[in-house]
Design a protein around this ligand. Structure first.
Ligand code: ADP
Length: 245
C-alpha cells in the first residue's frame, strides 16, 4: 500500500501558479526526501497535502483516505521560525499539544500523556528542558521541541520541513538516527531537505521538485545528472561534489 498519493495537484498564490499538475505516489515505511531549489514549492506541497493551502485543486490521499486536517494522521514539524510567544508556555506544554488529538482540546492531558511527552523530549535530547519557557530556548532547541511534539502525535506518517535547520552536526546525526528508528517501526517520514549528501546516504526515496515533479523514486535511481540539472538549472557547481552519475 502507498502512504501518500497526489494526483493533479495545482496550487496558485494570487493567481500565480506555484505547483502545476503534481502527481506522485510514495511507498510506506521509508524516508523520503523532497528536494528542489528555493521557491520550488516544497513547503507549499507539504501544506497542500495537509489541507493548509486554500487555493488548490487535485486529489490527495494519505494512507488510502482523502486527507482532512481533522483526521490528524500526520505528525508535522513546520519550517523553523523563532518562537517569541509572550505568554508562558514551557517545552513540556508544547510537546503535550501533540497529544490533543488523543485527549481533545478542552481536556487536561492525562498522566500518561505527560509521561509520553517527557519520553519524546528525551528522544530528541531535550529532557533537561521540560520546564523551560519555549521563547527562551535557542532556535535549534525549539526545533527539537517541535520534533518531539510531532513524535507525541504518534502517527504513521511524519512531515518534517527542514528539520535540521539551525541544529549542530551532533544533533543532526541524532535526528537522522531518530528518523531511521521511525522507519524501522514501519512509519513513513517525508523530509524537506537541501543537503544532497545526507539524502544520498540516508533517504530511501527522493522527490525532485521544481514547481512540477522532475522525478520521484528510489534515491539511487532519481539522482542522475540529468534530473538534477532539470531541478536546479544553472546552479550546478555543487553537483561535482556529490559525485552524481
Ligand atoms: P520552497 O519551500 O521550495 O522554498 P515555497 O513553497 O515556500 O518554496 O514557495 C514557493 C513559491 O510560492 C515562492 O515563490 C514563494 O514566494 C511563494 N509563496 C509561498 N507562500 C506564499 C504565500 N502564503 N503567499 C504568496 N506566495 C507564497
Amino acid at each position: 500500500m502507498t502512504s501518500i498519493n497526489v494526483h493533479g495537484l495545482t496550487v496558485a498564490y494570487h493567481r500565480k501558479p506555484v505547483l502545476s499538475d503534481v502527481t506522485f505516489e510514495l511507498p510506506k515505511g521509508v524516508i523520503i526526501g523532497i528536494l528542489g531549489p528555493n521557491g520550488a514549492g516544497k513547503t507549499t506541497l507539504m501544506k497542500a497535502i495537509l489541507g493548509l493551502v486554500q487555493r488548490s485543486t487535485g486529489e490527495v490521499s494519505v494512507l488510502g483516505e482523502a486527507y482532512s486536517p481533522k483526521s490528524n494522521k500526520v505528525g508535522y514539524v513546520p519550517q523553523r521560525g523563532t518562537v517569541d510567544w509572550d505568554f508562558p508556555t514551557d517545552a513540556l506544554d508544547v510537546v503535550r499539544m501533540g497529544r490533543y488529538r488523543h485527549t481533545g482540546w478542552f481536556r487536561l492531558p492525562s498522566k500518561k500523556d505527560t509521561v509520553m511527552a517527557l519520553d519524546c523530549l528525551k528522544q530528541v535530547g531535550m529532557e533537561g528542558f521540560a520546564g523551560r519557557q519555549i521563547s527562551q530556548l535557542s532556535g535549534g532547541q525549539q526545533q527539537r521541541v517541535f520534533l518531539a511534539r510531532a513524535l507525541a502525535q504518534d502517527t504513521e506518517v511524519y512531515f518534517m520541513d527542514e528539520p535540521f535547520a539551525g541544529v549542530d552536526a551532533a544533533t543532526e546525526k541524532s535526528i537522522i538516527a531518530l528518523l531511521t528508528e521511525l522507519k524501522d517501526q514501519g512509519k513513513t517520514v517525508l523530509v524537506v531537505h537541501h543537503d544532497l549528501q545526507t539524502v544520498t546516504d540516508y533517504f530511501d526515496w527522493t522527490l525532485l521538485l521544481n514547481r512540477r515533479v522532475i522525478a520521484c523514486g528510489p534515491t539511487e535511481e532519481v539522482f542522475t545528472t540529468e534530473n538534477l540539472r532539470s531541478t536546479y538549472g544553472g546552479k550546478l557547481a555543487f553537483l561535482d561534489k556529490i559525485g552524481s552519475r
